[in-house]
Design a protein around this ligand. Structure first.
Ligand SMILES: CC(C)(COP(=O)(O)OP(=O)(O)OC[C@H]1O[C@@H](n2cnc3c(N)ncnc32)[C@H](O)[C@@H]1OP(=O)(O)O)[C@@H](O)C(=O)NCCC(=O)NCCS
Length: 323
């Protein structure tokens, strides 16, 4: 549940599921909602100051926002249509430099006390009707029975029983002050007169159902949160693991590079040796060729010598035997 959803609401008040109660002061009496009043829109009081008090049998429709840093007092039987903005504070100063501080604080999530801001209480008396999309600004007092026309911007007090319209709102009509018999009802009579109004069981039950659904959803969100956190932890662990693997890979890469350098040195040495060997082989082949040539010369010399010896021997024998 939202920790700021705190208000002092009469048991017969009806806070719709669409309502948003934001009580930054977390003091329940800072937002007071009277009997048989229905809230469908948003009520917000600021961190350091502000209060909202809504009387009996009033109505704040969907999308309407009542924000208070000073005080907003709304009477009985007040009808506030949808998308109405009621702000008793400018929220930000006129000085641009000071607004920069606000902007930074909003970004940082520390915007607790708006700087140099003008705030002034708003009072809306009984039986006022505020048309849709109207805006009521700081310090405005709207008299009893007045009507604020749709989309009006109210910057000044509105006298009782008048209709105001436009931007800025101006009186366009006077209203009669005639009082019907209902207007003379006491609170008890109203309570009797409207016994089954929106604070009735069916709506409360609808609200309770909604509450239960909300709680279920909140539990589901918590579970999802837990899963997400676990996943986050897992992914952080995996990231660490990947980091370590990357480091190991880097080391291996460096080793491989060192090995590469060594291999290149060995290859260069091998190539040098090969060159030397080739030179030696060339010398060896040359020697071999020379030796073969020598062998041929010796062979022929021997053959020639033997031939000569044979010829000379034969001649000698012939000379010896024939002569
Ligand atoms: C306030 C309202 C009831 C007045 O109705 P009305 O008495 O019939 O007024 P009229 O239409 O006769 O208009 C009177 C003058 O005021 C002007 N006027 C009426 N409503 C206006 C408005 N919202 N903004 C500016 N001027 C407006 C008209 O143009 C007219 O001007 P003119 O005399 O120069 O021609 C009506 O204009 C209005 O705003 N209703 C609220 C509707 C609403 O919010 N519904 C949501 C459900 S709660």
């Amino acid at each position: 549940m939202n920790p700021y959803s705190i208000a002092e609401a009469d048991p017969k008040a009806f806070i719709s599921p669409s309502a948003r109660i934001i009580n930054y002061q977390q003091v329940s009496k800072k937002i007071i909602i009277g009997s048989q009043t229905q809230i469908l829109g948003e009520l917000l009081v600021y961190w350091k100051s502000g209060s909202i008090q809504i009387g009996r049998r009033s109505y704040v429709s969907t999308g309407s926002r009542i924000w208070s840093q000073s005080s907003v007092t709304i009477g009985n039987h007040v009808l506030i249509s949808h998308n109405v903005d009621i702000h008793d504070t400018d929220s930000h100063p006129l000085d641009w430099a000071a607004r920069r501080i606000d902007a930074t604080a909003i970004y940082n999530g520390t915007y607790f006390e708006p700087t140099q801001t003008l705030s002034e209480s708003i009072v809306i008396e009984d039986d006022v009707w505020i048309g849709c999309k109207a805006t009521i600004l700081k310090g405005v007092h709207i008299g009893r029975g007045a009507i604020i026309a749709a989309s009006s911007v109210v910057t000044k007090d509105v006298p009782p029983f008048t209709v105001v319209a436009g931007n800025p709102a101006r009186i366009i009509r006077q209203l009669p002050e005639s009082e019907s018999s209902e207007a003379k009802f006491t609170d008890e009579e109203w309570e009797r007169h409207l016994p089954g109004l929106k604070a009735s069981r069916s709506d409360s039950m609808e609200y309770e159902d909604f509450e239960m659904q909300l709680q279920k959803k909140e539990r589901a969100i918590e579970e999802l949160n837990t899963i997400c956190q676990q996943r986050m932890k897992d992914s952080i662990a995996k990231e660490l693991e990947i980091g370590q693997l990357a480091e190991a890979c880097q080391q291996r890469l460096e080793k491989l590079k060192a090995n590469d350098r060594e291999i290149n040195l060995i290859r260069a040495a091998c190539e040098e040796r090969m060159e030397e060997m080739n030179k030696k082989m060339a010398i060896h082949s040359e020697l071999r060729r020379s030796f073969t040539r020598l062998k041929l010369i010796v062979k022929w010399a021997a053959i020639l010598t033997l031939g000569a010896a044979l010829i000379f021997g034969t001649l000698y024998w012939l000379a010896d035997h024939l002569v």
